[in-house]
Design a protein around this ligand. Structure first.
Ligand SMILES: [Zn+2]
Length: 201
């Protein structure tokens, strides 16, 4: 059984194209509803990394030696996840939080130039993620990676709509729930307005 992009698939979300799937899967390690945070402990994190890096290795054609992750690495990765999530939602960046990570240029047999992550632990994963974000920003796929607007959800999805206007990871579940809340709030507002009108009238 394949565990490719497991973090994303557990939320019933279609993966982003090619290597951007790694960034999406990393963001979806966050625990939503009853699902665990996959960066909460090394057992869960190792299991997630094994699946995600196998999938990434397959799409990028890069041999991956899965980095060993300590509790310290996980703290760094959770903070990196917050930083990348802010990038996705378009919050202003203060330039901090990227840490110092590096990648090196390599050539494939077919002559494709590749960025290969360097270092160990969280640095290796961070280099792989920044490399994918760089490529996505260049080819226009990055702006389609979005966080669901349902504040109770916040899963990361890839917007395949024609004009890149999607805001819900799933219109049926998150979109309708939000519409329902909004209409309830409007009704409460109306009720309050009419009762205060009665009071003063
Ligand atoms: Zn959602």
């Amino acid at each position: 059984m394949s565990h490719a992009w497991f973090a994303t698939q557990r939320y019933g979300i279609a993966p982003a194209p090619c290597g951007l799937g790694l960034v999406q899967d990393f963001l979806n390690t966050v625990g939503i509803h009853d699902y665990p945070d996959l960066l909460d402990n090394t057992t869960l994190a190792d299991e997630w990394a094994a699946g995600a890096l196998a999938a990434w290795s397959a799409v990028r054609g890069i041999d991956v030696q899965q980095p060993a992750l300590t509790e310290g690495d996980l703290a760094k990765l959770r903070s990196l996840r917050d930083t990348i999530a802010k990038l996705v939602t378009g919050e202003p960046m203060d330039g901090r939080g990227t840490g110092s990570v590096s990648a090196s240029f390599a050539l494939s047999d077919r002559g494709d130039v590749r960025l290969e992550p360097s270092g160990g632990g969280w640095r290796w994963l961070a280099a792989a993620l920044w490399g994918e974000i760089l490529l996505g920003q260049q080819d226009g796929t990055w702006r389609r990676l979005k966080q669901c607007h349902n504040h109770r959800c916040r899963s990361t999805f890839y917007d395949r709509s024609k004009n890149n206007s999607g805001v819900w990871h799933n219109v049926k579940t998150c979109g309708n729930a939000a519409n329902l809340r909004a209409s309830r709030a409007r009704r409460r507002e109306r009720d309050r307005a009419s009762s205060s009108a009665t009071d003063t009238g």
